[in-house]
Design a protein around this ligand. Structure first.
Ligand code: GDP
Ligand code: MG
Length: 711
């Protein structure tokens, strides 16, 4: 049997005027000054009472709003907690001013003490028509939450029992902590490591983490305590400097914003009506009332997305045409200076066609990421995730996966890595597998090309539909996987909602530049190589046995007097000849052998080529079309535009089915590799490929079949 303590020491922590003294008096039946004005209790007082045969000593600490060292009250409380004088800390919260109370809590939990949370003045909260979900709060805070009314004594018996319970089983309390963003938390970890080296045996893990946070926050008292450790302080100075520079704000503010995010997210999750106007974050609350509105939130989100894609498409069209014209000029120039032959064809029909056909989408990518940067910098992106989280709740899922999911709009590779923040293995696995369904930037060119070719009237809307579809399918897949993978512990978490900010021009530009550079690197790498390889595969073998002697037919026609019928006939022969050459090439043979799989979807073997190359990277899909049709004599007839050529090769319905297929089928090689690494085995990487292929094929088939019924 484990020994249970016979005396328990407790510290009462809370804002001024939240009812600490009243509670203490009720518990100990004493009469101290109770007052409806802040800071009645200045010096710490100790009282005691008996419960279930144990002596419980309680210290009434001064009322405070924060755990800095701005005032003697704060210092006194902080020293008391830090010195581990108490077995248990009771954090009294004013239920009617929950957000303000929780700000202190957000600092308190970092000190890592066994803490009981008391929602006092619950009568006030009821009067203000606030519905507080204590169970949710308890989940998020990692300790028991007890509702009390200190005046009537309601809930105090429960509190007493809870004290005994926690004292007997301290390990039942799980430590909640705030997820700082990557930069901040990396800095905390580095400083903490240094501290652990310096204070090897004196400090626990939580104590060293807390000290690291305090030093990074520039806490004078803690810095002066460490004044002998020059190296540590120098390191802290450097980290603070770097953080302030990268984030365009004081280090203290970064921590404050993260805590505010934690509190704000928690209140939104656990309280139904919020009528607590703060000061600095007033604007944030008003905006959230709109953007996170229960009914309007999702429609507003969808509308913003629609505007984003509409603009991406329509504004992007101008620079796209300029680049297209530029590519045309380069192509013509090279055509004139390079003598006819193999090298000529390789450069014009392979390199220029593939690279040129893809690079025209650069403006679209830059515009899309302008929006993404603005959404992310203003703080709207986390709101979007929060909204989706609510939807997920109604499927019985918890949505820590949503941030990585949103990141998947950029690129699935870093997004899959970002799932590391999810602790439960099961939730993490689901998050990893559904991530490739998010429409990454690499797939955008395919949709812009197809939407423009087949749905020119509503191209922007079509792209938007693809994005919506990607979200819906990712959600649906997670519901499905949730059923398939055996149950695990649900994970409570607080989605931090940082205050809204005006984005800085620099941050937005850096973001856009990053994406543009990334795209250009892909073009210089995989697309260039892919285009060359494709060209060779479709050019060889050269010794084709044609069904008739085209060359002599054409020669014969050329020797006759010129007429329009004559030249049409020549073009016809040339085209047939090219067709035969292509279908006899390596590329043609491989694709034709796979094409039957896609026959029910009405994809041709050329589409099959594009699909195959997309396994490597989705950008190559467009490049493949460009290379294939560059060779096609037909395309030089009236217009070199890939869009126009493509629009004649299939019906809009088949095109739509093809878009859905490209949206869903197999993650690219880089994503498969990262899935294998993050999920820990080839099994899941293989599952992901198989799952997405089956889903892609089935859904395209359904769309085609249903579409054919109506058309
Ligand atoms: P302290 O500063 O935290 O020690 O707060 P006090 O114990 O001095 O209480 C401040 C004021 O709140 C007093 O007027 C109390 O009567 C009142 N009060 C304390 N608890 C409650 C409660 O649960 N409900 C209501 N309505 N008032 C309370
Ligand atoms: Mg008091």
């Amino acid at each position: 049997m484990k020994s249970e303590p016979s005396t328990i020491t407790i510290g009462l922590v809370g804002n001024p005027n939240c009812g600490k003294t009243t509670i203490l008096n009720k518990l100990c039946r004493s009469k101290d000054n109770v007052g409806n004005y802040p800071r009645v209790t200045v010096a710490a007082k100790e009282r005691s009472f008996e419960h279930q045969g144990k002596t419980i000593n309680i210290t009434d600490l001064p009322g405070i709003y924060a755990l800095t060292t701005q005032s003697p009250e704060e210092s006194a409380s902080r020293d008391y907690i830090h010195a581990e004088k108490a077995d248990i800390v009771i954090n009294i919260l004013d239920a009617g001013n929950l957000e303000r109370s929780l700000f202190l809590t957000s600092q308190l939990i970092e000190m890592g003490k066994k803490t009981i949370f008391v929602l006092n003045m619950i009568d006030e909260a009821n009067r203000k028509k606030l519905k507080i979900n204590s169970a949710a709060l308890s989940n998020m805070l990692g300790g028991p939450v007890i509702e009390t009314n200190a005046i009537t004594g309601e809930g105090l018996e429960k509190l007493k029992d809870c004290i005994i319970e926690v004292a007997n089983n301290p390990d039942e309390i799980k430590q909640a902590f705030i997820n700082y963003d990557e930069h901040l938390s990396d800095a905390v970890i580095r400083v903490q490591e240094k501290i652990s080296q310096l204070h090897q045996d004196e400090m626990s893990e939580t104590q060293s983490r807390w000290l690291a946070i305090k030093l990074l926050e520039g806490d004078e008292v803690m810095i002066s305590k460490e004044k002998d450790h020059d190296y540590l302080l120098e390191m802290v100075r450097r980290e603070r400097y770097d953080l302030a520079r990268d984030h365009d704000g004081e280090c203290e503010m970064l921590f404050a914003d993260a805590r505010y995010g934690f509190v704000h997210g928690m209140v939104l999750e656990a309280v139904e009506v919020v009528e607590d106007p703060g000061q600095r974050y007033d604007m944030t609350k008003k905006l959230d009332m709109f953007f996170l509105h229960r009914v309007l939130g999702i429609p507003v989100f969808v509308a913003l997305l629609w505007i984003m894609f509409q603009t991406t498409f329509s504004v992007g069209e101008y620079p796209m045409n300029w680049i297209d014209a530029g590519v045309g000029v380069v192509s013509e120039f090279l055509d004139n200076i390079i003598p006819a032959g193999m090298a000529h064809d390789l450069i014009i029909d392979g390199v220029v066609a593939g690279v040129g056909g893809t690079i025209i989408f650069l403006p679209n990518i830059v515009i899309l990421f302008f929006f993404m940067a603005v959404f992310s910098e203003t703080g709207y992106l986390t709101r979007a995730a929060f909204l989706m989280d609510r939807v997920m709740h109604s499927f019985g899922l918890h949505g820590k996966a949503l941030i990585p999911l949103v990141m998947g709009f950029g690129c699935n590779v870093p997004a899959v890595m970002a799932t590391r923040t999810i602790e439960s293995d099961r939730s993490r696995l689901i998050a990893i597998i559904i991530n490739p369904f998010m429409l990454c930037a690499a797939r955008l060119p395919v949709f812009i090309l197809f939407a423009g070719a087949f749905f020119s009237e509503m191209a922007g809307t079509m792209v938007f539909i693809m994005y919506m579809l990607s979200i819906v399918i990712a959600m649906g897949a997670s519901v499905l996987l949730n059923k398939l993978i055996p149950e695990g512990e649900p994970e409570a978490f607080v989605m931090e909602l940082p205050p809204y900010r005006l984005p800085t021009l620099r941050a937005v530009l850096v973001h856009m530049w990053d994406k543009a550079l990334n795209f250009l690197q892909k073009i210089a790498g995989v697309i260039l190589v892919g285009s060359i390889v494709l060209w060779f595969l479709q050019e060889f073998p050269q010794d084709v046995k044609y069904s008739m002697d085209y060359d002599s037919k054409i020669e014969q026609l050329r020797s006759e007097p010129e007429s329009s019928e004559n030249s049409i006939a020549i073009a016809g022969f040339k085209q047939k000849m090219a067709q035969e050459h292509l279908s006899n090439s390596y590329l043609g043979r491989v694709s034709q052998s796979i094409a039957p799989i896609f026959a029910p979807l009405e994809f041709t073997w050329r589409d099959t080529v594009a699909i195959l190359t997309g396994f490597v990277a989705k950008e190559v899909v467009v490049a493949s079309y460009a290379v294939i049709y560059a060779q096609d004599e037909e395309s030089t007839e009236e217009s070199t535009s890939l869009k126009n050529v493509l629009s004649k090769t299939m019906s809009p319905l088949v095109a739509f089915a093809f878009m859905i297929f490209v949206l869903l089928y197999t993650p690219c090689l880089a994503t498969i590799a990262v899935i294998r690494r993050e999920a820990g085995s080839w099994k899941w990487a293989g599952f992901s490929v198989a799952f997405s292929l089956v889903l892609a094929w089935s859904l395209s088939f359904v769309v085609l079949t249903v579409g054919n019924l109506f058309i």
